[in-house]
Design a protein around this ligand. Structure first.
Ligand SMILES: [Zn+2]
Length: 242
């Protein structure tokens, strides 16, 4: 196991993802445990997921509003009441300097001890996990954590025009990467994770076997973690970034 900070040492967590629903598929069981332990969790969603959905009759122009509302409702299911959207176009995210500055801004505003983000690496086992937007957001988030947010001379306009002081994130949790080194037992919060996933109606309402699918995946992760039969887990690569 990695040298992971005790939750008691943490007051704020910032979860940065590419699309509405990413955090719920990858980490909502863990987020529910954090909020139950009294940690404040903020979500920052880079796109509105406007390229998502399955129903061709749903008006495309309504998709961004729909997906923001779904993410806000899903967040409530796991105790998160602060959800911020950056409004980048779904499917076209790149790890640009603009995105790094926008993420450094949110990090300096929220001042989290721990940041959760997607992996910048491609998965050859599960192609969907390595969606180009996920990889771009993972890469830009790591760059925003180091050096952008902590270097007072990076993006000086953040300090000069917005009075945002430099901030050092102590720990990053990467979800969906190829080599997890830390596992969270989410057996007790599985119901809350499932409720969060069901809140993404435009994405999950056609999945009759959603609960079974998610349960099977988390059971496999629990097995990798060496947990006893019947347990469920989410896996992460935890980096010390202090
Ligand atoms: Zn996604």
């Amino acid at each position: 196991m990695a040298g992971v900070l005790d939750d008691a040492e943490i007051s704020r967590v910032l979860a940065i993802t590419a699309h509405p629903d990413d955090v719920d598929f990858s980490a909502a069981g863990t987020v529910a445990r954090w909020t139950e332990a009294g940690l404040a969790v903020v979500y920052c969603i880079v796109t509105d997921g406007d390229a998502g959905g399955f129903d061709e009759d749903f008006p495309r122009e309504d998709m961004p509003t729909q997906r923001r509302a779904e993410q806000v409702a899903a967040a409530k299911c796991v105790g998160v009441n602060d959800v911020r959207f950056l409004g980048y176009p779904d499917g076209r995210v790149e790890a640009t300097l603009d995105l790094r500055r926008d993420l450094a801004r949110v990090i300096r505003q929220v001042r989290p001890d721990r940041v959760l983000c997607p992996s910048p690496e491609r998965s050859y086992q599960r192609i969907g996990i390595g969606h180009p937007d996920h990889r771009a957001v993972g890469s830009a988030t790591l760059d925003a954590v180091y050096p952008d947010a902590r270097n007072p001379f990076a993006f000086p306009e953040l300090r000069e025009r917005e009075s945002l002081a430099a901030w050092t994130v102590r720990e990053v949790w990467i979800a969906g990467g190829p080599d997890p080194n830390h596992y969270v037992d989410v057996t007790e919060t599985f119901g809350r994770k499932l409720a969060a996933l069901r809140a993404h109606e435009s994405q999950t309402s056609h999945m009759a076997d959603l609960a079974e699918r998610i349960r099977a995946r988390l059971a496999l992760v629990a097995q990798q973690a060496g947990l006893p039969d019947g347990r469920l887990a989410e896996g992460f690569r935890v980096l010390d970034t202090a």
